[in-house]
Write a protein of this length. Structure first.
Ligand SMILES: [Zn+2]
Length: 463
């Protein structure tokens, strides 16, 4: 029964099934031929199986019309250039430890967002998360005077030669130190970011750096280009170029204005006449040497003006020159600050009464009063005092309290061990001079913290 049923059923549908199979076969042949013809006309070589990774879609290589969404359109050249610019900018920010700025830039990339911006964003976040709190208690502060740019003039056997040999560093020595400091793990750090006043008390702020790195503070004393140094191979003043960079003026003609005051007329702007433009250029090339653009501290006295401009002897100049000097002082100070420099008071007089610690309250009021009244209005307020002759006072000495009470709550004497601590409402940070005296007579002081100075001592120094 069942057999017959099957037999009858099967014989009843035999003809239509064959017809359908024939039609299907014809359609398949047409389809295959069409595909073959298309593939022969296709200009792209047919990918072989071995060209493909397992699981890779063949969608894009297929000549068949597709229901899948098309591949994303390739960006035009202008878009790619804009993206590259954004990536470069974010990379520079990351190198200089401006992590939050880099993250913000990449997060707001908008239409420029792609896998490369996402990858960099991830790198920046990782770098930020990998910072470690600086511990250990040892801080570092090196200092210089204006650099000897022309050794033949500085070391010419005149009466100033010995002083320059002891207390100055040459341009070639300073340039040689920078990569050595970097190799030793130092990163320039802003001294004003090391301390804060909380409820009237000074507290050290946490410092976060990449693992193994150390914060370095740097300062330059007496950035005044005193009259006695004008023909001895130093710059004569600072200026600002059209792009806002600090330049050193070299050469020119010395003009005597009387009362022991000289200036230089003319002269050429250079980028390697003193610490500031040299370090600015170095950090531009090595942003990882500076924490968020920090450079150092420019310490100035007042009795010879500031930065080479004799703004405290205005009566010796005509009205136009007076205004020019005041304007220049302000411009230089602003350019220094916007390039990561701090400005410090180094006393007004630099008088021996500081060195001998015989300074009376009356003398101090005169000295600091003149700096605050005649220099600060042009260079801006500061809370940093770089003591003349590196002198230090006891914390309860009323002459020290006078300074703190007049806003100088960061006090930097000279001490090659560079102690750094807060007490009451101020911070003390000792400094080491990386000059001829230390490098030649006390190299162990440099080796202990930084590098061996002997190989970099300028051969142009006197024997
Ligand atoms: Zn000094």
């Amino acid at each position: 029964m069942a057999k017959g049923k099957y037999a009858r059923h099967s014989s009843g549908v035999k003809l239509p099934v064959i017809l359908i199979m024939v039609v299907v076969a014809i359609i398949a042949v047409i389809f295959a031929v069409t595909a073959l013809v298309r593939s022969l006309h296709n200009e792209e070589p047919m990918p072989s199986i071995s060209d493909k990774l397992p699981g890779q879609s063949q969608q894009q290589q297929s000549s068949q019309p597709s229901q899948e969404p098309a591949a994303p359109p390739v960006d035009d050249a202008a878009t790619q250039a804009r993206r590259q610019e954004l990536l470069d900018q974010a990379e520079r920010l990351m190198q200089g430890y401006y992590y939050d700025d880099a993250i913000e830039l990449l997060q707001n990339a908008g239409e420029l967002t792609d896998t490369s911006t996402a990858a960099l964003l991830q790198d920046v976040r990782k770098a930020k998360e990998s910072l470690v709190k600086y511990e250990g208690g040892q801080y570092y502060h090196i200092f210089f005077h204006s650099l000897v740019a022309d050794t033949a003039k500085a070391f010419d056997g005149d009466r100033e030669e010995d002083g320059y040999d002891d207390f100055m560093t040459t341009v070639s020595e300073f340039k040689a130190m920078l990569p050595l400091l970097q190799e030793a793990g130092f990163i320039l750090y802003d001294i004003t970011d090391m301390m804060e006043i909380v409820d009237g008390k000074a507290v050290m702020k946490d410092i976060y750096l990449p693992a193994g790195k150390k914060p370095l503070v740097l300062s330059i004393d007496d950035v005044n280009y005193y009259t006695y140094m004008l023909d001895d191979g130093f710059a004569s003043r600072l200026d600002v170029d059209a792009d806002g960079n600090i330049v050193t003026i070299m050469g020119g003609t010395i003009i005597d204005h009387g009362e022991g005051v000289s200036t230089v007329e003319g002269g050429e702007p250079t980028y390697d006449g003193d610490v500031m433009p040299i370090l600015d250029a170095y950090v531009k090339e090595h942003p990882e040497f500076s924490w968020q653009g920090a450079k150092g501290i420019v310490a100035i006295t007042g009795y010879a003006g500031a930065f080479g401009y004799r703004i405290t002897d205005l009566h010796l100049f005509d009205e136009q020159t007076q205004q020019w000097m005041l304007d220049k002082t302000t411009q230089v100070a602003q350019a220094l600050r916007s390039n990561g420099w701090q400005i410090a008071c180094h006393s007004y007089t630099h008088n021996q009464y500081w060195n001998k610690k015989t300074i009376t309250m009356k003398e101090e009021e005169y000295d600091i009063g003149r700096w605050l009244g005649e220099i600060a209005p042009y260079v801006g307020d500061t809370n940093i005092f770089i003591s003349p002759f590196g002198v230090s006072f006891d914390g309860d000495d009323q002459r020290f309290r006078y300074l703190v009470d007049h806003g100088f709550n960061i006090y930097c004497p000279v001490d090659s061990y560079q102690p750094c601590y807060v007490r009451d409402d101020y911070m003390i940070q000792g400094r080491i001079n990386l000059d001829g005296l230390t490098m030649k007579n006390y190299p162990e002081r440099v080796i202990r913290h930084f590098f061996d100075p002997t190989p970099i001592i300028d051969p142009a120094r006197p024997e």
